[in-house]
Write a protein that binds this ligand. Structure first.
Ligand SMILES: *[C@@H]1O[C@H](CO)[C@@H](O)[C@H](O)[C@H]1NC(C)=O
Ligand SMILES: *[C@@H]1O[C@H](CO)[C@@H](O)[C@H](O)[C@H]1NC(C)=O
Ligand SMILES: *[C@@H]1O[C@H](CO)[C@@H](O)[C@H](O)[C@H]1NC(C)=O
Ligand SMILES: [Ca+2]
Ligand SMILES: [Ca+2]
Ligand SMILES: [Ca+2]
Length: 499
């Protein structure tokens, strides 16, 4: 902490001096926010942010100050829009890139923020939407970070300090050599740290960076052990000092049959970059039983339609963040906001469990949150996401992060219903049952008030963060064509894909 404060002061002084020599509007703005940002940190003001664990002042994991305590930010839904706000808030000239999965080390403090969503015009990250202070479903390995560009008129830093270790290229291994895989250090045959060997090489482990259920599923399948129940970044089954990593950056799409088909940092260069997760290695627990949710897109196509809804009837929805940010500005600024309407794209969505094990929520019952407005418990922070993209792939509207209660709404003939949201019942989706979210439910929509008419892409995804294990994830999302005309909307040509 002390070093950081000293740096901060020195940097400010340099900047003031530099700005006298090269005045420019942008530089002046940057300097102002830089000074403001550091004074917030020094004065321990609510909402101050800082970067930790980076190699320069311009990069690191993000920490935010709340109730006089620093806390980490989770990488769920962490992307350019959020990173941009962070870099500008810190007084830097822009975002170079965002980092995920504890790139600058695991979170050192509790998570203060999760599922941040910024529109882009916010001055500070605390003005963006998030789950609420301290509400999260994140592991320490999910710390969010940024690499920013230095301020335009930054004092000359040694060039080496600014040079970024380049984003290492990733390749599949298969074409060049064989990759053997085994599990070690577990209590059973079906679990352990993942060890790999390249033809002619020694056995070694895999860096834990970015290791998720997607990669773990491929390993379990390849070893004939079924599906991944857990993907761990851990030293529980023996860590990096027991088995030196020989592979890093592993990234599977989910449809690979062997780990060698997934992308990895170029092993030929021998560059193993484990970043902050140095003692930890990739580990799995495999199981033949697993749920498998599938998005039912016929229902979406059949039921999609527009509704103009007065904000008067949307107070619950506003409490649960089911409208776009503009609605909150209207509520704040317009005394007659209740008579303004929001244009909603509504549709029925259903999730069928076609696996061989029940789908159970990520959180324990004791951690479920009671939602007074809708009078039920939410057992999963983000069960579904509804997003609309333009034809260039830019996100133009976002449904809220639906945190439903999970239950058996419909089952195939002969299958009894087991899960029920009412009366603090057990939540889940049984095998051969569907959880159905009818279009007339509150919040089952995307607020498109600010969208122009035209052609778009609608994307609906369930279990989108892969927090709950499934047999496969390439059937968890539907991408559909959306035609938005003056008086109607049509959704068609849906196809299944990965979230
Ligand atoms: C290395 O492994 C030993 C056990 O073999 C363990 O006790 C020790 O804590 C490990 N060291 C580090 C730095 O993880
Ligand atoms: C997996 O799916 C992606 C996207 O559909 C495709 O580009 C890729 O070729 C597939 N890979 C394998 C190994 O099937
Ligand atoms: C679910 O349905 C499939 C196909 O209809 C059937 O083969 C399977 O036995 C069913 N499983 C259970 C647990 O009901
Ligand atoms: Ca995450
Ligand atoms: Ca989350
Ligand atoms: Ca699935």
């Amino acid at each position: 902490m002390l070093t950081q404060l000293v740096c901060a002061t020195v940097l400010c002084c340099h900047l003031v001096a530099a700005a006298v020599r090269y005045p420019s509007a942008n530089a002046r703005q940057e300097r102002q926010s830089l000074v403001q940002s550091y004074s917030k940190v020094l004065n321990k003001e609510e909402g101050a942010i800082r970067l930790v664990g980076g190699r320069t002042d311009y990069e690191g994991n993000i920490e935010v100050l709340h109730n006089n305590k620093w806390g980490a930010v989770c990488d769920d839904e962490w992307d350019e829009a959020e990173g941009h706000i962070v870099c500008l808030q810190l007084g830097f000239s822009g975002l170079r890139r965002v980092t995920h999965s504890g790139y600058f080390g695991p979170a050192r403090r509790r998570y203060w923020m999760d599922n941040l969503f910024c529109q882009g015009h916010e001055q500070e990250v605390t003005q963006c939407h998030f789950e609420g202070w301290g509400i999260n479903d994140c592991e320490p390995s999910e710390a969010a970070g940024v690499m920013c560009y230095p301020p335009l008129d930054a004092p000359q830093l040694p060039i080496a300090a600014l040079q970024d270790e380049p984003e290492l290229p990733k390749y599949p291994i298969h074409s060049r050599t064989r990759l053997y895989v085994r599990l070690r250090g577990g209590r059973f045959r079906s679990e352990g740290r993942v060890e790999v060997r390249l033809s002619g090489g020694r056995w070694g482990s895999i860096c834990a960076d970015g290791w998720s259920l997607l990669e773990a599923n491929v390993v379990c399948g390849q070893l004939g052990l079924g599906y991944a129940r857990e993907a761990f970044q851990t030293d529980f089954f023996g860590g990096a000092n027991v088995s030196q990593p020989i592979l890093s950056g592993s990234e599977c799409y989910g449809n690979e049959t062997e780990l060698a088909d997934c992308l990895h940092h170029d092993h030929v260069l021998g560059v193993i970059s484990c970043h902050g997760l140095r003692q930890h290695v990739a580990a799995v627990v495999c199981d033949f039983k697993s749920p498998d949710l599938i998005v039912d897109y016929d229902e979406i196509e059949r039921t999609a339609h527009l509704e103009d809804r007065p904000m008067l009837f949307m107070q619950c929805a506003m409490e649960e963040n089911c409208v776009s940010n503009e609605a909150y500005d209207i509520q704040r600024d317009d005394p007659h906001w209740r008579y303004q309407t929001r244009r909603l794209l509504k549709f029925t969505a259903a999730a069928l469990n076609a696996g061989n094990a029940d789908f159970r929520p990520f959180k324990q019952k004791s951690q479920w949150e009671w939602h007074l407005c809708h009078m039920h418990y939410h057992s999963m922070e983000v069960f579904a996401t509804f997003d609309i993209f333009d034809l260039q792939g830019r996100k133009v509207a976002q449904g809220h992060k639906a945190s439903f209660c999970l239950e058996d709404s419909h089952c195939l003939p002969g299958v009894p219903k087991k899960y029920n949201c009412a009366n603090f019942g057990d939540q889940g989706i049984s095998v051969n049952c569907s959880d159905v979210y009818l279009f007339n439910l509150d919040c089952q929509w995307v607020d498109i008030t600010e969208m122009r008419t035209g052609s778009y892409i609608l994307k609906i995804a369930i279990n989108p963060e892969f927090k709950v294990a499934e047999m496969r994830f390439d059937n968890n999302a539907a991408i559909c064509d959306l035609l938005y005309a003056e008086t109607y909307a049509r959704v068609d040509n849906c196809r299944l894909t990965r979230p």
